[in-house]
Write a protein that binds this ligand. Structure first.
Ligand SMILES: NC(=O)c1ccc[n+]([C@@H]2O[C@H](COP(=O)([O-])OP(=O)(O)OC[C@H]3O[C@@H](n4cnc5c(N)ncnc54)[C@H](OP(=O)(O)O)[C@@H]3O)[C@@H](O)[C@H]2O)c1
Length: 266
C-alpha cells in the first residue's frame, strides 16, 4: 500500500496497529505518530517510526489518520485539526464517539469509526467498522489492509450495530477472562496450585477457541460432541443451565449494549 499513515495518540492501540503493520512489511517511512508523551515517543522511536508532539505537523503528509486518543480527548483533538484534513480520511478507535460527532468536530465527512478489542495487542483482534457514505471503496480497502495486521475486520451498514459489536467483541474478552478467573478459583478449591490451575484453564480456553474458530462445527455441536450422557461434562452443563447461565450471559451482553448506547448517545 502506498498511502501515508498518521497516528494521533501513540498508546496501546496505536502501538498494536503499528507493530502489526511493521510485521507485514509496511514501510516505516510512511508512518508518523503524534503524542505529547515523551515515554510513548521513546517507544515509538524504538520501533524506528518518526514521532512528534505536533498533531498538525503530523497530519500534513497523511492520507489516513488514525485517531487513537481516549474518547474524552477526541473533541479537542479533532477541533484543532479542523480545516487541515482536506481529502484525508479520519479513522477513530475512540469508544462511543459517533461519526456525526467526528464530522462536526473535524469539519470533514471522510470519517470511519472502528471498534477494536484488546486481543488486537496480540494480533488476534476483532475490529468492527462503520464508514460515512462519503468514504469511497478504495479508502475502505486501504483501512482494512492496515487493520488486518492486528485481527479480523467486519464492516457494518448501520452505525447503531457498533453498540452490539461493543457488547460482544469489544467487551467480550473480559467475559472470557471472568470465566477463566472463576474456573481457576474452582481448580484451587479442588486442591490444585494457582500455577497449575492457570495453565489448565488458559490452555483449555485456547484449545476450545481454536476448535470453535475452525468453523467446521458450531460451538453448540462441539459442546454436544464432548458431552456424553451421564458423564462429567453433562453434570457441569446441567449445573450451569440450572443456575441460569444462558439467561445471565444474554443479560450481561444486553447490559453492555445499553451502556454503549448511553455513552454514544444513540
Ligand atoms: N486498548 C484497547 O484495546 C482498546 C479497545 C477498544 C477501543 N480502544 C480505544 O482506543 C483509544 C486509545 O486507547 P489506548 O488504550 O491506546 O489509550 P492510551 O494507551 O492511553 O493511548 C492514548 C495516547 O494518546 C495520547 N494523547 C493524549 N493527548 C493527546 C493529544 N492531544 N494528541 C495526541 N495524543 C494524545 C496519550 O498520551 P498521555 O499518556 O500523555 O495522555 C496516550 O499516549 C481509546 O479511545 C479507546 O476507547 C482501545
Amino acid at each position: 500500500m502506498n498511502r501515508n499513515l498518521t497516528f494521533i495518540g501513540g498508546g496501546n492501540i496505536a502501538q498494536a496497529i503499528i507493530g502489526g503493520l511493521l510485521e507485514t512489511g509496511f514501510s516505516r517511512d510512511r508512518i508518523t505518530v503524534a503524542d505529547p508523551s515523551k515515554a510513548q515517543g521513546t517507544i515509538i522511536e524504538q520501533l524506528g517510526v518518526p514521532w512528534t508532539t505536533d498533531n498538525l505537523k503530523a497530519v500534513g503528509p497523511a492520507d489516513l489518520i488514525f485517531l487513537c486518543v481516549k474518547p474524552g480527548l477526541a473533541q479537542p483533538v479533532c477541533e484543532a485539526l479542523a480545516g487541515s484534513l482536506n481529502q484525508k480520511c479520519l479513522i477513530s478507535v475512540a469508544a462511543g464517539v459517533t461519526t456525526l460527532q467526528l464530522k462536526q468536530w473535524s469539519q470533514s465527512s471522510l470519517v470511519i469509526r472502528c471498534m477494536p478489542n484488546t486481543p488486537a495487542l496480540v494480533r488476534s483482534g476483532m475490529l468492527g467498522l462503520f464508514a460515512d457514505p462519503s468514504v469511497d471503496p478504495s479508502i475502505r480497502e486501504a483501512v482494512v489492509e492496515c487493520l488486518t495486521s492486528v485481527g479480523i475486520t467486519e464492516w457494518f451498514e448501520r452505525e447503531a450495530d457498533l453498540d452490539a459489536v461493543t457488547a460482544i467483541s469489544g467487551s467480550g474478552p473480559a467475559y472470557f477472562f471472568y470465566l477463566m478467573e472463576t474456573m481457576i478459583t474452582a481448580a484451587e478449591k479442588m486442591g490444585l496450585s494457582h500455577t497449575t490451575a492457570t495453565t489448565l484453564v488458559t490452555q483449555t480456553a485456547l484449545g476450545a477457541a481454536r476448535m470453535a474458530h475452525q468453523n467446521h462445527h458450531s460451538p453448540g455441536i462441539l459442546r454436544q460432541q464432548v458431552t456424553s450422557p451421564g458423564g462429567t461434562t453433562q453434570a457441569a452443563c446441567e449445573a450451569l443451565s440450572q443456575g441460569g447461565f444462558e439467561t445471565l450471559v444474554i443479560e450481561a451482553c444486553e447490559a453492555a449494549k445499553v451502556r454503549s448506547e448511553t455513552l454514544s448517545g444513540t
